[in-house]
Design a protein around this ligand. Structure first.
Ligand SMILES: Cc1cc2nc3c(=O)[nH]c(=O)nc-3n(C[C@H](O)[C@H](O)[C@H](O)COP(=O)(O)OP(=O)(O)OC[C@H]3O[C@@H](n4cnc5c(N)ncnc54)[C@H](O)[C@@H]3O)c2cc1C
Length: 385
């Protein structure tokens, strides 16, 4: 029976109440385990408390294990979120809205052929991608984007989706609170897998047979001591600071995400649209100084978006948000997500570094970590005792 555990001992202790930690908690609860999620501040305090919510598919050509994993995750997310909404009575703001990507130079037309045939093969008839000629009535009818901004046409797919990050996180947290425990204001200072516990900055401890480290960009420092001398000279990852804004703009919520060269315009329900985003590297040594306050001088992404779809230009900005994404730099792994047992510690699991697509894959992270499905890993972790 699922119930709250009022002791200090759990099957799984999860560090971080972001999207990765909360999906892990939901899965463990559904499988009958007891969980305690610890967050140094509150639910959604990190990157998961943002506003953009693009659930983007990888480009469907050059297929590989990583793309297959992400395809399957994104394909099943709709059903997972529907079940979550039924369980909690809370909306996640999800819609499979698709995505339009203007082609801005002639060379891109060659690529688009390969994308279309890739979509046909690799998306296996479940979702599709089409090519819209420049001057297609779509551009005139919608202004999405302005005809002049798609001089070589555009690709449009039915696979990409959107959700509200905050609503999704709130729904997950509601489920976990009801069936397990979330403790806010609890900062983990030390992970002790050998003793099946973590210690908090106030000196107390919480015990778990399994310890799941999902505290975003701060996880790199927490896990560094376990990664052996082979990784001594190099941090396990870095932060990438980003900004986004929310505008209020009347629309009937049928438009796809408009994406071009790092700029996203994501239609949301209730006449909102999110626009993002910037990317600035933040080394771990500077994490403390890099606040997540919005920088009003760093608005190029917004101006690019307005140029792409000038119809939005007078829409008021109702929120400005900045956050930090974790980006892995593990030896031999590049930026691939790290969903895995930490070498040498069967009860210590890392769930870190979904980077820009975390919301589309987080619900599958525990299955990768437990070795139930193939994940994005490329080679064995370089770890020497
Ligand atoms: C501008 C911007 C736009 C983005 N857009 C998208 C998008 O459109 N689609 C998408 O999929 N992703 C997007 N992302 C990325 C996504 O938001 C992140 O990759 C994701 O939220 C990371 O989730 P997480 O669970 O790993 O960590 P986080 O959400 O950062 O959660 C970590 C939690 O751990 C807690 N914590 C930290 N240290 C400790 C400790 N020692 N003890 C206890 N708790 C601790 C923090 O308080 C925090 O709540 C965007 C990110 C940014 C910055």
């Amino acid at each position: 029976m699922l119930m709250n555990n009022h002791d200090n001992e759990f099957d799984s202790v999860i560090i971080g109440a972001g999207v990765l930690g909360l999906w892990a908690a939901r899965q463990i609860i559904c499988e009958g385990g007891s969980v305690c999620v610890l967050d140094r501040q509150r639910v959604g305090n990190g990157g998961s408390g943002g506003i953009l919510g693009a659930l983007m598919s990888h480009i469907p050509d050059g297929w590989n294990i990583k793309k297959e994993f992400q395809f399957q995750a994104l394909d099943m997310l709709e059903g997972e979120l529907e079940t979550l909404s039924k369980d909690t009575g809370l909306s996640t703001g999800y819609r499979r809205c698709g995505r339009v990507m203007p082609l801005v130079h002639e060379g891109m037309k060659d690529h688009v052929e390969s994308w279309l045939s890739g979509a046909e093969t690799n998306w296996r008839g479940r979702h599709s991608m089409e090519y819209l000629e420049s001057g297609n009535s779509w551009f005139l009818d919608t202004g999405w984007p302005l005809t002049a901004n798609a001089p070589f046409g555009a690709s449009i797919d039915t696979f990409a989706a959107r959700c509200s990050p905050r609503k999704a996180v709130a729904a997950l947290a509601a489920f976990v609170r009801y069936h397990g425990e979330i403790r806010e204001g609890c900062e983990v200072s030390c992970v002790l897998p050998g003793q099946n516990k973590v210690t908090l900055s106030d000196g107390t401890a919480v015990s778990g047979r399994e310890i799941i480290v999902a505290n975003g960009v701060d996880a790199y420092r927490l896990l560094h001591p376990f990664m052996g001398p082979a990784n001594d000279d190099k941090p396990l990852g870095r932060g990438v600071r980003g900004q986004a804004v929310m505008i209020e703009f009347a629309h009937d919520d049928t438009l796809p995400i408009l994406y071009q060269d790092g700029t996203y315009i994501v239609p949301h329900e209730n006449n909102y649209m999110a626009i993002g985003s910037t990317s600035h590297n933040v080394p771990l040594s500077e994490l403390e100084e890099v606040h997540t306050q919005f920088d009003p001088l760093d608005m190029d992404f917004y101006h690019r978006a307005v140029k792409l779809a000038p119809g939005i230009k007078d829409a008021p900005i109702v929120e400005r948000w900045a956050g930090i994404r974790p980006r892995n730099t593990l030896k031999g792994r590049g930026a691939d997500p790290w969903f895995e047992k930490v070498p040498g510690h069967d009860n210590l699991i890392a769930l870190i570094g979904g980077f820009k697509i975390t919301f589309g894959i987080a619900h599958r992270a525990m299955d990768v970590a437990r070795g139930r499905i193939e994940g994005p890993r490329r080679q064995k972790l370089n770890w020497v005792q």
